[in-house]
Write a protein that binds this ligand. Structure first.
Ligand code: GUN
Length: 292
């Protein structure tokens, strides 16, 4: 079994991005700038956004964190997005999810300019990705593609089973693994909460990507010998033995599943770090005007 190490892989990718930024700066280009909007004070969202901002600083990007309290009106939030769309200094914009219930995720997503949509959530980017056209790809699926590429894992002709059909991870992941691309060309099965006989599908997976958000859902008897297992879960569960009061759990029961696999991502230290690499990769492309 080989560990797919998000720390090592994301560092390699971020080092490449930092080198390109330094080179572009020396040529007189401005540095890429990522703006993040955070609504409310959700603990996990605070952590993710702080990490995104920290990594921007580490690799020489500019960054802005714009905070609103949870009661902000939808109109005020949309007006801020419109303002950033017009700001030539800002290359990429993300609005951290989840949002309070009174704010429409669809309206927010569709208000962000597709050219600054480094989360890849806008229907134009989703549609372009579907057509295999240049587009921003949602950061977690992109990070997983970058990881598979980094480890030289051949995907062509393999059976990939994706667990979960979220707009952010499961749905785009299923499309990306099926499309005709360097990492892709799989036969894909997309499983979700209404799937019957789920374990029969997962046991046929050469590549199993778990993105359900249910801690330790994937057990040893659901995985084929020698499978490649990618764990996207990052659920906080109460743990009094930790200083923070919680532990981070993946969707895979790592201890029992890992010995059966050929490759597996740990949690933490796996896909989570690749999401940051995917986001900052997209932000560099935005600064270069690569897609629009
Ligand atoms: N919440 C959980 N994952 C993500 C992500 O990739 N982007 C944004 N904006 N919010 C998230």
């Amino acid at each position: 079994m080989t560990l797919l190490d998000g720390k090592i892989t994301s560092k390699a990718i971020l080092d490449n991005i930092a080198a390109e930024v330094a080179q572009r700066k020396a040529q007189g280009h401005k540095v890429p700038h990522l703006a993040a909007i955070l609504v409310g004070t959700d603990g996990a969202s605070e952590t993710y956004v702080a990490s995104k901002v920290k990594h921007c600083q580490q690799i020489g990007f500019g960054s802005s964190l714009i905070r609103f309290d949870a009661e902000v009106s939808e109109a005020e939030l949309l007006a801020k997005i419109e303002e950033i769309n017009q700001d030539a200094d800002i290359d990429g914009l993300i609005v951290q999810m989840p949002l309070p219930k009174h704010i429409s995720v669809d309206k927010v997503t569709e208000t962000i300019s597709p050219a600054k949509d480094v989360d890849g959530f806008h229907p134009i980017n989703v549609g372009r990705m579907n057509k295999n056209l240049p587009a921003y790809i949602s950061a977690t699926p992109l990070g997983i593609l970058l990881m598979l590429e980094h480890y030289g894992i051949a995907t062509e002709g393999k059976h990939c089973v994706v667990l979960g059909r979220s707009a952010i991870v499961g749905s785009p992941m299923s499309i990306l693994m099926a499309r005709n691309a360097k990492v892709g060309n799989c036969t894909v099965t997309l499983c979700h909460s209404k799937t019957q006989n789920l374990a029969e599908h997962t046991r046929r997976a050469d590549i199993l990507i778990a993105a359900l958000g249910i801690p330790e859902f994937v057990k040893e008897d659901m995985v084929k010998e020698g499978a490649i297992v990618i764990d996207v879960g990052i659920t906080r569960v109460a743990d009094a033995s930790k200083k923070s009061g919680f532990a981070i759990k993946g969707d895979v029961a790592f201890g029992e599943v890992a010995p059966k696999t050929s490759f597996i991502t740990p949690v933490p230290g796996g896909v989570g770090l690749m999401t940051i690499a995917g986001l900052l990769y997209n932000t560099l492309q935005a600064a270069k005007g690569a897609y629009f």
